[in-house]
Structures are given as C-alpha cells and as structure tokens.
Design a binder for this molecule. Sequence first.
Ligand SMILES: Cc1cc2nc3c(=O)[nH]c(=O)nc-3n(C[C@H](O)[C@H](O)[C@H](O)COP(=O)(O)O)c2cc1C
Length: 209
Amino acid sequence: MESTLKRPTVVAITGASGSILGFQLVKFLLEMGEPVEFIISAHSYQVILEEMKLTLPTSNEQELTVLNHLQLEPDKYLPLLHCFSNKHIGAPPASGTHLTRGMVVIPCSMTTLGKIASGISDNLIVRAADVTLKERRKLIVVPRESPFNQIHLENMLRLHQAGGVILPPVLSFYQEAFHSLEGQISYTLGKVLDHLDLTTHNLFPRWGS
Ligand SMILES: Cc1cc2nc3c(=O)[nH]c(=O)nc-3n(C[C@H](O)[C@H](O)[C@H](O)COP(=O)(O)O)c2cc1C
C-alpha cells in the first residue's frame, strides 16, 4: 500500500476561532491519500462545539467521529487518520525519530503561538511543533486574531526566524472563485497545501493559468 509509506502530516487545532479550517484541511489531505496525525487542544473542544455544533469524544472513538463529520467513508480513510490526545506527550509526533511531512497548526491561538515561539513544550501540540522546527521540517502556523498586539507580532517574527511559516487566513479578492466563505477557506487551505509541497490540488485557480 503506497499510502502507508508516506510520511504523515501532523495537523493541530487549537482554541482560536476557525476550527473549520483544521477540519477541512484534514479532509483535503485524506482525500489526497495523505496520512494525517490529528491533535485537538483541550480549549478547542468548546470552540468546535460553538462554531461547528460538533461534540467530539475525548478518547478512542475520535477518528470515527471526525470521519463521519467530514462525510468520509471509514473503510477507506480510517487507516490514514490517527488522533492523539494533546496530553499524550509520548505519542509519536513528540519524537524527531518519527518521520513526518511537517506540521500545520490551524487555527493557531495566540496562546499556542506564544508557547511555540518561547520553546515551551508542555503538551503534544507544542512539543510536536518544537520537534518539527528542530528537525528542520515544515512548520506552518495559521494564526487567528485581530488586531495583533506587539507580543503576537514579536512571537510571529520569532517563529518565522526559527524556520516556521506564518500563514494567516487573510481575505483574498483577486479571483472570482474567492468571493464566498467557501472560496476564502479554499484559498487559505490551498496555500497551506502548497507549502507542504502538495501542489496538485485545485483549491483555487492559479494566477495566469
Ligand atoms: C469561542 C472562542 C473563540 C476564541 N477565539 C480565539 C481566537 O480567535 N484567537 C485566539 O488566540 N484565542 C481565541 N480564544 C481563546 C483561546 O481558546 C484561549 O486563549 C486558549 O488558552 C487557547 O489554548 P490552546 O492554544 O491550548 O488551544 C477563543 C476562545 C473561545 C471560547
């Protein structure tokens, strides 16, 4: 099976607004046949409930709930999806010996941004991000806050200087395909996939094509 040989992408959802971005990214990755290691922070559960009306189990049935929500057939996609508790500090993404394509924190709260930028690794998400940076793999952070204060901006600069990609969900207008919420989400997710070197998606029309 080719897919089992692929390096998984670590996708983390934190307690910022925009949980749908993380869920849709997981969907697109799985549909592309890319394995996903999925981590959801404790504070995200409340945001996911508020914004997506989705109650997630905290333990072993999480994969099935996620696949059902994304309307993906479990038979086909269950082998590609692994969910880990954010408390599980010894899970595979916590070690550099575990090979991954990279990691996306989407949406990224200012709390998690600050922790990553400061080298604080007290949960699986921030530990995996720390490992991604030290192994010089791709770390993409999708920060969500407005406006940014000086601390947020300094943390983003620090992360950028350490090798991370700061990719905010910024509104785009220059193609008609973006003129809907779905189009805006696709635009941001297409940019994330591009930065993961997964460029065969058609989430947006490329300029000049
Ligand atoms: C409904 C809701 C929306 C929130 N939106 C944001 C947000 O957009 N950005 C942000 O940085 N924090 C936001 N927060 C606050 C974070 O959840 C909080 O700072 C938390 O400590 C984040 O922890 P985590 O990064 O471990 O998930 C929101 C909280 C709630 C309840």
